[in-house]
Design a protein around this ligand. Structure first.
Ligand SMILES: NC(=O)c1ccc[n+]([C@@H]2O[C@H](COP(=O)([O-])OP(=O)(O)OC[C@H]3O[C@@H](n4cnc5c(N)ncnc54)[C@H](OP(=O)(O)O)[C@@H]3O)[C@@H](O)[C@H]2O)c1
Length: 363
């Protein structure tokens, strides 16, 4: 039996108050202070992961009690110390590799310091997140009858760990690439790298609204702690892949723009009769790609640091994709705000987009 751990944290205080109604009566800042002083906790035991070759794995979700906002705002040594303690807890429970969920992979140097301070293998899971986001984008473009080579694609959070790998890979195939984030300096460095690697000539901007207005496809992968994409920024018929957790695109955008296809990047079907012992809003036997990467490495017995730091290689993305297929993991169709996107849904989006562009349905 192979063994893994995965570190979770509340994205916002409401993740805790929704589960424990008594906590609802306490002010948010009290709860956050309590979180800050709490040790890591075992959240659940994960059973039933089984590859088509018959290799089995079990694991544990370990809770690191800090919200996304606390992860970004508290002094880094305090945050890293809590993540390191959570990784050690995973080891105590029996794990040989631990995955870093959501902001535990974003803070500091994206896992490098954590890996140096624990005697268990560490991965952020970002390589498989990139692979599955790209698969989702290609599938969505296909169903929306959009040709990638003619499409204009905006990557929001382009200089990040996931964003830069997505941008570098998409640069090989798409018509126009727009790179957006807050630091112009980092954007220009990335654009220069992409120009040397491909024939693409990306545009850089710190104006997210402008980036979206130019885009047929938006890849939203910033580490902003609030939704940042506004409904009026999106073109009719646009495809939006929201990889970020917490989401970069709010439910309000989905509700007001029925002519846009918004889906979550990185939702994966897990092989076997897996029981996560925890409801994170997905259908049975599906997980986030970052969790899946940790399970895949465990099934392979690859107890080594895999994805760490912000400079992901295309080879790593290809390799985890290959290992995923070998072990029976695949993208679980498109999902949006806890619902599967059906063919009818896509047809409706296309029809609404036609109307919004005022093009007759027969054309
Ligand atoms: N769906 C999944 O399975 C999955 C898996 C792993 C991670 N994630 C999520 O993916 C997101 C990105 O993770 P990462 O590891 O790539 O993070 P990262 O390396 O820290 O990169 C974050 C990117 O966002 C930009 N950014 C941050 N705040 C911004 C803002 N307010 N406006 C515009 N740009 C902003 C950053 O550049 P500047 O600082 O220059 O703006 C950077 O380009 C996180 O939300 C994470 O939780 C999802």
């Amino acid at each position: 039996m192979e063994r893994f751990g995965f570190i979770l944290h509340p994205l916002e205080v409401q993740d805790i108050t929704r589960k424990f109604s008594l906590a609802e009566r306490l002010p948010n800042h009290w709860l956050e202070t309590m979180f800050r002083h709490s040790p890591p906790i075992k959240v659940s035991h994960i059973t039933g992961v089984r590859s088509p070759q018959g290799t089995e794995a079990e694991g544990w979700f370990v809770g690191c009690l800090l919200t996304s906002r606390q992860m970004l705002e508290l002094p880094l040594p305090i945050v890293l110390d809590k993540i390191i303690k959570a990784a050690r807890k995973a080891k105590e429970l029996g794990a040989s590799i631990v995955g870093l969920g959501a902001f535990t992979a974003v803070v500091g140097d994206a896992g490098l310091t954590v890996a140096q301070n624990v005697d268990i293998a560490v991965t952020t899971g970002n390589s498989y997140t990139v692979a599955t986001a790209l698969q989702g984008i290609r599938y969505a473009a296909d169903t929306m009858e959009m040709s990638l080579e003619n499409a204009s694609v905006a990557v929001l959070g382009a200089t990040g760990s996931i964003g830069s790998a997505c941008a570098r890979i998409l640069a090989r195939d798409v018509g126009n690439l727009v790179l957006a984030a807050r630091s112009l300096d980092k954007l220009e460095k990335l654009a220069a790298k992409i120009r040397t690697e491909t024939r693409s000539d990306p545009v850089v901007t710190t104006d997210l609204a402008e980036a979206c207005r130019q885009a047929d496809i938006v890849v939203a992968v910033t580490s902003a702690t609030n939704a940042i994409v506004e409904p009026e920024w999106l073109r009719p018929g646009a495809i939006v892949c929201d990889v970020a957790r917490p989401r970069n695109v709010s439910r309000r955008v989905a509700e007001t723009r029925k002519d846009v296809l918004i889906f979550e990047g990185g939702v994966v079907q897990v092989p076997g009769n897996v029981d996560f012992g925890l409801d994170f809003g997905f259908p049975a036997r599906t997980s986030y790609a970052c969790m899946a990467e940790t399970m895949i490495l465990a099934l392979e017995g690859r107890y080594e640091n895999f994805t760490l730091g912000r400079d992901l290689s295309v080879e790593q993305v290809d390799e985890i994709n290959r290992l995923a297929a070998k072990n029976g993991f695949h993208v679980a169709g498109l999902r949006s705000f806890e619902r599967a996107i059906s063919e009818e849904w896509i047809a409706e989006v296309k029809e609404n987009a036609r109307k919004a562009r005022r093009v007759p349905a027969s054309s």
